[in-house]
Design a protein around this ligand. Structure first.
Ligand code: CA
Length: 235
């Protein structure tokens, strides 16, 4: 609730769930915690809702009547406008949870039913903090700064120009510093799980990112973890 109260405008959460009693229970808890809510009973309604006005976060149930929550997540990740939209998947059973965690599909987190209103609000706030939520917080590592509002990057006092993919890659790594990501995970998070992008494409963009940062000696931040993937680290 603290993360929410800090902002002047309430965060908007879209609840995609076909079971009305569960949807209402979630909406009730979120409104009480200071969120604005929108509700959708299937994927088609969710997509039209998002097209009208992009929310700050989407709760997606795994089982929906017209398509699975996973498919909806993938669709949203492929679309430029909803690529960075925080998504939390709701699952009914442990086996679904395992599939979600294994497949990822680009969701930022998942919650297994049944869950309490308090747990849900805590997880939403955690994801909004982690993903930047409104995307307005300046991200930093060492003397490297990324300002998402001005869409600007500074290193050692100079402005750095990056291509759109390198920008998203750097932003994602800054939001998840010190964590190692495989190429597959970076594909899901930064490219939106687009199956037509080859994993070696990641290496090309990482190389470009390092080259752009090289004059500022910040290239050391983007580290290759042998046999695992990449990590942004201050050490
Ligand atoms: Ca359902």
């Amino acid at each position: 609730m603290a993360a929410n109260a800090r902002n002047m405008t309430p965060r908007r959460v879209l609840i995609v769930e076909d079971e009305a009693p569960i949807r209402r229970m979630i909406a009730f808890n979120l409104v009480r915690a200071g969120f604005e809510v929108e509700e959708a009973a299937d994927c088609a309604a969710a997509r039209s809702c998002i097209a009208d006005r992009c929310p700050d976060l989407v709760l997606v149930d795994w089982m929906l009547p017209d398509a699975s929550g996973l498919e909806l997540t993938r669709t949203l990740r492929r679309d430029e406008r909803s690529r960075e939209l925080p998504i939390i998947m709701l699952t009914a059973r442990a086996e679904e949870r395992d599939r979600v965690s294994g497949l990822e599909g680009g969701a930022d987190d998942y919650i297994t039913k049944p869950f309490s209103g308090r747990e849900l609000v805590a997880r939403i706030n955690a994801v909004l903090r982690r993903t930047g939520g409104t995307g307005e917080e300046v991200l930093e590592i060492g003397d490297l700064r990324l300002d998402p509002v001005g869409h600007r990057i500074h290193a050692g006092g100079s402005e750095v120009t990056l291509g759109p993919t390198e920008y998203r890659l750097l932003k994602f790594l800054l939001e998840n510093q010190e964590r190692v990501f495989t190429r597959g995970q970076l594909l899901d998070h930064v490219w939106g799980g687009n199956v037509y992008v080859e994993e070696r494409t990641i290496d090309v963009h990482v190389r470009r990112l390092r080259q752009a940062l090289e004059p500022y000696a910040a290239d050391r931040f983007v580290q290759t973890v042998r046999g695992a993937g990449y990590r942004l680290s201050a050490s």
